[in-house]
Design a protein. Sequence first.
Length: 86
Amino acid sequence: MAFLFLCGVSNFIVGKTMLESGHPILDSLPPALRRSGGRLSLLIEFVILLTAMLLAANGWNTAAWLYGGYTTVNGLFCWLLVKGRI
């Protein structure tokens, strides 16, 4: 569970960083995901984390691995975006 929590914190930081980057690719997002500082996108992120934690707590450990992979891809995309490689 600690692993999922740390991944969740990382995803919230990454998500907020991407929303605040002002990168032109963010214009392709639906306006609802960008409105109010991206609160809806952060809520969706929370639901994904909660789902992964509930699944892992009920014995489906694959959820932790999948969420870890999701976190890795999310972090890589944010790094590429912020560094201007996309």
